[in-house]
Design a protein around this ligand. Structure first.
Ligand code: ADE
Ligand code: ZN
Length: 341
């Protein structure tokens, strides 16, 4: 892994309740859990997890390959249930009150799991995590850019033909260098017409021009990462004008070498520019982070005050792909902990 930095020493006492909009389900699987699932399902992950017990990757494309390779160990509804419950039970104990999860149904379809079976298992785990730990969650159905436009349209079609109360968003991840955002306009318009909130990864490993192209081609509400917009004032203006909420994932960006360290990450500059930013862990064990670490690091390295951290949680709730009643309940929970909002 590149540019690894040490974890903050301890939890800061003043963290507000946490909310996360950008986290990939398969990306929450620790190497230990991946090996356990692999053994349970008779799958070999030797190319994916090294002898040191860490995922094997150095570049962004190797990361995507390791991620795809690890998904081969996720074979059953029970696997999906276990992964989802483990993540939210753990994060709720660290202060998470709201989480949205990117779910890529293509990975399960490749293992013979129907869309409905996948969502049913993940949703069951989400309801259990909420009942047991109070964390509220939603699902963003995700297409993978390097799998092409037809795949994206099929993912949107599956989401709309199998409506589920927890499926409230549609997104795109994968390799930004592949294709053009305009290739995906049909999929995103279809998802928008079906009432789903929209987000797309852009400006993560590719530059500001890819954020602009995404905003011009796709009717998104939020941008996944978007941090390289910092390279172009005009693109920052566009984000402001369109009221786009940014799903910022500093730990991911640093692990992938997009920025060399926390000090040089543009989170603070984006905030000072007036953009609406949220904090997210993306693929936490791949990047040696957690949502709690992200909040702590924003305080430690970007000088975020208690009020600013609480405002970040508020921004996430306001931009969440959930109904207004749920937002009101979440904002009340936030207010109970911090008086400044
Ligand atoms: N899929 C999972 N994590 C991703 C990331 N950080 N960028 C693009 N696609 C992804
Ligand atoms: Zn992501």
């Amino acid at each position: 892994m590149m540019h690894k930095q040490s974890r903050p020493q301890s939890r800061l006492l003043s963290l507000p309740p946490l909310a996360e909009l950008h986290c990939h389900l398969e990306g929450t699987v620790t190497p230990e859990l991946a090996l356990m699932l692999a053994e349970r399902n008779g799958v070999c992950l030797a190319d994916v997890v090294g002898d040191n017990g860490r995922y094997r990757w150095t570049t962004f494309l190797e990361f995507l390959a390791a991620y795809d390779g690890m998904t081969e160990a996720i074979c059953t509804e029970q696997d999906l249930y276990d992964i989802t419950y483990a993540y939210y039970a753990n994060m709720a104990q660290r202060g998470l009150i709201y989480g949205e999860m990117f779910v890529s149904p293509q990975h399960g379809l490749n293992r013979g799991l129907s869309y409905a079976a996948q969502i049913g298992a993940i949703a069951d785990a989400m309801y259990s995590a909420e009942a047991d730990h109070g964390v509220v969650t939603r699902i963003i159905i995700t297409c993978v850019r390097n799998y092409g436009a037809e795949h994206a349209e099929e993912m949107a079609r599956l989401a709309l033909q199998n409506p589920h109360p927890l499926v409230t968003g549609f997104g795109m991840a994968g390799d930004e260098a592949c294709g053009d955002p305009a290739d995906f306009t049909r999929a995103f318009k279809y998802a928008a017409d079906g009432g789903l909130g929209l987000t797309a990864h852009a400006g993560e490993v590719m530059g500001a021009e890819n954020v602009r192209a995404t905003l011009e081609a796709l009717p998104v509400d939020r941008i996944g990462h978007g941090v390289r917009a910092i390279e172009d004032e005009g693109v920052l203006d566009l984000l402001m004008d369109r009221n786009i909420v940014m799903e910022v994932c500093p730990g991911s960006n640093i692990a992938l070498g997009v920025f060399p360290d926390h000090q040089s990450h543009p989170l603070r500059r984006l905030m000072d520019r007036g953009l609406s930013v949220t904090l997210n862990s993306d693929d936490p064990p791949f990047f040696d982070t957690t949502i709690e670490d992200e909040y702590n690091n924003a305080a430690l390295y970007q000088g975020c005050t208690d009020a600013e951290l609480a405002h970040i949680t508020r921004s996430a709730i306001m931009a969440a792909f959930c109904d207004d009643k749920t937002k009101t309940v979440l904002l009340d929970r936030l207010r109970k902990h911090v008086k400044i909002i």
